[in-house]
Write a protein that binds this ligand. Structure first.
Ligand code: PGA
Length: 248
């Protein structure tokens, strides 16, 4: 059985103190949840939030990483730097990175490969835009982003990674995919993984849903058969909301 994961994506928000307070509140609610919980903070907060999550069950995640080992890449953060900060997860290929910062499938793939080689678990995000959904291209977009993103990854590595289905039109818009839409897309992703890696492997890979997850829709999303958790943006910034989600 796949162990569900609920990860908060704080994006470019919160100070060290605000993040620490949030972690303290989440930790106090951890006994009442069976799911794995992670918080993905900005790079500069990793040291601070890393301390805050020490001796809690809460995992630490980063939001981005460069694929090169080290060198002249001004402004970038390497996998070893994330390891030094004791990161468990790194979000890769979030739609904001793809659309605002021009990340391509090829760049996403290099990051996924690097993270896995360093034993940092990538949460690889894929998802269609509204135009693509309306043009009935959802499955072809997901197939391309998936296949390109995991190129060259062995079945053993693939088993350990996390994929997040995040329809771009549902991110930060308050428009959630219906549980049926999310379940269908995630079922499709798993069927493609099965074609690539075979059944035991595809059954082990966790696939999350992300896009306007809130306490009042978390239960129906989490209860969908294909959905193994959630990547939560806006609602991960407020203790009550995030706790409501992890205790769905
Ligand atoms: P949202 O963001 O929950 O604010 O829609 C989700 C995400 O971007 O991962």
């Amino acid at each position: 059985m796949r162990n569900p994961l609920i990860a908060g994506n704080w994006k470019m928000n919160l100070s060290c103190q605000q993040g620490t307070d949030l972690v303290t509140s989440i930790n106090a609610a951890m006994q009442e949840t069976e799911v794995e919980v992670a918080v993905c903070c900005s790079s500069i907060l990793l040291g601070c939030i890393g301390k805050a999550v020490e001796n809690t069950g809460i995992k630490l995640g980063a939001q981005n990483m460069h694929w090169e080992e080290a060198g002249a890449f001004t402004g970038e953060i390497s996998a070893d730097m994330l390891l030094e900060a004791k990161v468990d997860y790194v979000i890769v290929g979030h739609s904001e990175r793809r659309h605002i910062f021009g990340e391509t499938d090829e760049m996403v793939n290099k990051k996924v490969v690097k993270a896995l080689s360093k034993k940092i678990t990538p949460i690889m995000c894929i998802g269609e835009t509204l135009d693509e959904r309306e043009a009935e291209e959802t499955f072809s977009v997901l197939k391309r982003q998936l296949e390109e993103g995991i190129k060259g990854i062995s079945p053993e590595e693939a088993k350990t990674m996390v994929i997040a289905y995040e329809p771009v039109w549902a991110i930060g818009t308050g428009k959630t995919a219906t549980p049926e839409q999310a379940n269908e897309a995630i079922g499709y992703i798993r069927s493609e993984l099965e074609k690539l890696y075979g059944n035991p492997v595809s059954e082990e890979i966790r696939i999350l849903y992300g896009g306007s997850v809130k306490p009042d829709n978390a239960t129906e999303i989490m209860n969908c058969e294909e959905i193994d958790g959630a990547l939560v943006g806006g609602a991960s910034l407020k203790a009550d909301d995030f706790i409501g989600i992890i205790q769905f």
